[in-house]
Write a new protein. Structure first.
Length: 185
């Protein structure tokens, strides 16, 4: 069987350190973006609350107070949906980076396993072709399983995102319609 040289081991270790450092940097970058979003959202919520209270205290007519409450609720709902969208975009971008790294690692390992198997085949004793064929079939089945699971996970994430977007849009419309009716009355 083929044995790895010290240079190959060192190169593999350096590659793993680089990959880990890169993923750590992406995770910290994503965390910083989420933290900035949270701080921005908190500041906006405090400002909106202060402004809403100021407006509520200046209203004299109960009808106007009710309309103000509906308008404030509508604005809060829209901001919550916007926050959710921004949060999802940041989280998705970070996940994409991790997915890319995982796929690259998988492909590198897949090639390494295939090279190892090819080396075993070239040095295999006569009459061992059945065992080698069985190993190749097992490796191929593992690759197929991984690729199927990866495809299924991507489809599930897409369906979940589409469902949430549809629900968010419906919620936004349902808030806007009663608010528009209340203002007209």
């Amino acid at each position: 069987m083929n044995q790895l040289s010290p240079e190959q081991v060192l190169a593999a270790q350096k590659a793993m350190i680089d990959a880990t450092a890169g993923l750590t940097a992406k995770a910290v970058e994503g965390f910083e973006k989420l933290l900035a979003l949270q701080i921005e959202t908190t500041k906006a919520a405090l400002s909106d609350t202060r402004e809403g209270a100021r407006k509520a205290l200046s209203v004299k007519d109960p009808q106007d107070f009710f309309a103000l409450q509906i308008e404030l609720f509508k604005q809060a709902t829209e901001k919550a949906l916007s926050y959710r969208l921004q949060f999802f975009e940041i989280a998705s971008a970070t996940r994409v980076e991790f997915d890319k790294a995982a796929e690259a690692h998988y492909e590198a390992n897949k090639r390494g396993v295939q090279r190892l198997l090819d080396g075993a085949v070239s040095t295999a004793p006569a009459g061992s072709s059945a065992a080698v064929t069985a190993w190749q079939a097992a490796i191929d089945a593992t690759h197929t399983l991984y690729e199927t699971m990866q495809s299924t996970a991507k489809q599930a994430a897409h369906v979940a995102q589409s469902s949430f977007n549809t629900a968010a849009e419906a919620a936004s419309r349902s808030v806007k319609q009663p608010a528009a009716r209340a203002v007209r009355q």
